[in-house]
Write a protein of this length. Structure first.
Length: 230
């Protein structure tokens, strides 16, 4: 069993990660701005936490390094499924900086080791089979481009963090990710878009969650970005 702190647990991807991790018997602390959305009271835990397969639910904010430090203490892995939603996409970079800073505050002066960090990334900076990056494709709406580049800036920042200081991993989805079936299967890539025999790059949010929890269990991409697709 792995102790996991999960930011963004109520989002489209985060909720699937929460379900997948709990289903495998891991201990998950869901860190959310509004604990009532997951049945918590925000006072350090949820009344549902005593039931098998239920998360501990606490109030926290990935944009606040002190909040990250508090949530990450005593955990094995910290996962950020934070997304800007319709808000400012530059908060993706702010969130990653806060996440790393909050974790860096742990593991000093004889404290327990720092937890590993896994972040949900974007597909925009992946190379397509033809060579250009995904975000260089034609016809991408400006708001989507802004989110793609914000994810790219967050990844660039992560790559400046020594892995022996913070043990980080970034998981980029396929070009198309949407709710669907949990098949439990996917193919792996690193910086190149994973496409099928028809040239499509896609993954369900359910199988994205499978891959992320697999990474929690296997720790196969320390200090790297990797990606998945069917």
């Amino acid at each position: 069993m792995t102790r996991i702190a999960l930011f963004g647990a109520t989002g489209t991807i985060g909720s699937r990660v929460l379900r997948e991790a709990l289903g495998r018997g891991h201990q998950v602390t869901a860190v959310v701005r509004d604990p009532a959305r997951l049945g918590g009271d925000g006072a350090g835990g949820s009344g549902a936490a005593g039931r098998a397969g239920a998360p501990v639910v606490v109030r926290g904010n990935v944009l606040d390094p002190a909040s990250v430090t508090q949530a990450a203490a005593g955990q094995d892995v910290v996962v950020s499924a934070f997304g800007p939603g319709p808000g400012d996409p530059t908060t993706l970079l702010s969130a990653v900086k806060s996440l790393i800073g909050g974790v860096q505050a742990l593991g000093i002066d004889g404290a327990p080791p720092r937890p590993r960090v896994i972040t949900v990334g974007g597909a925009g900076s992946l190379r397509t089979p033809g060579g250009p990056l995904v975000w260089d494709g034609a016809g991408i709406p400006e708001p989507v481009l802004a989110v793609m580049h914000a994810h790219g800036e967050a990844l660039d920042f992560l790559r400046t963090v020594p892995v022996d200081e913070v043990h980080w991993t970034n998981l980029s989805p396929a070009a198309l990710i949407e709710p669907g079936e949990r098949t439990g299967t996917y193919r792996l890539g690193l910086d190149d878009l994973v496409v099928d025999e028809d040239g499509r790059s896609r993954i369900s949010t359910e199988d994205y969650a499978v891959a992320l929890v697999d990474e929690i269990e296997r720790d196969a991409h320390a200090g790297r970005r990797f990606t998945i697709g069917y």
